[in-house]
Design a protein around this ligand. Sequence first.
Ligand code: AMP
Length: 234
Amino acid sequence: MSEPFAAPAARSLGPVILLGVPGAGKGTQAQRIVAHYGIPQISTGDIFRAAADTPQGRELAQYMERGELVPDRLVCAILAPRLQQPDCRQGFILDGFPRTVPQADWLLTFLAEHRMSGARGPIVVYLTVGYNDLYRRLAGRRTCPKCGRIYNDFSQPPQRPGLCDLDGAELVQRRDDDPAVIRERLISYEERTLPLIEHLRRRSCFHQIYGADPVARVTENVFWALESCRDGAA
Ligand code: AMP
C-alpha cells in the first residue's frame, strides 16, 4: 500500500470506531490503521469466532449463523476486559462495535469512566458504500485463516487463485458470507445500526467517508480524518 503519511504516529490516538454496513471495508481499513498507528484492532466478530470451541462461543454462534445480533449485555461483557488490556492505552480501533444505540451508550460511559477518550469524544469513521456494491463485496470476500489478510475475488484477488499472497494458505469464506445470511445481516444492519449513526454523529468526532473509492484513496481519507480529530488538532 502507498503510505499517505510518512511519519508514524508518535502521540496516542485514542479510541477509533469504524462504522459501516457489512462489506463497507471496515476490516481492510482497520488493518491499515493498525499498520500505521500501531494500535490494536478489536473486532467483536473476530473475538466471537475465536471463542468458537468454548461453551460461550457455541452460544454466540447460534446468533451469528442466523445473521442476528448477539444480545447487547453479552457483547459488552465480553468486550470490557479486552479494552482494559495494556495494549489499548494509546488507543484502539473498534471494528463491528457498537452496533446498537445501547452498545454505544455503554461504550461512551465506559470510555468516560476510564478516561479513555479525548475532549471531543471517540473518533468515529463512518464508511459508506452503495447497496449495489455491497452484495458483490460480501459474496466475493475471502480471508486467510493463517494471517487474517482479507481478499476479494472481484476487487482485490490474490495473485494465485484461492491462496494467500503472504503465506500460501488456502483462503476461506466466512460462513455468514453465504447469500441467505448476507440478506439477514443487511436487514439487521438497517433496523438496528442505522439509528446508531445519528446517535454517534452528535457525540463524537465524526467523519463520513465514501468507502467505494480505491482502497488506497479510502485509507488516505481515513488517515486525514484521524489526524484532524486528534486532541490539539484544529
Ligand atoms: P462481523 O465479523 O463484525 O461481521 O460480525 C459477525 C457476527 O457477529 C454478526 O453478524 C453478529 O452476529 C455478531 N456480532 C459481532 N459484533 C457484534 C456486536 N457489536 N453486537 C452484536 N452482534 C455482533
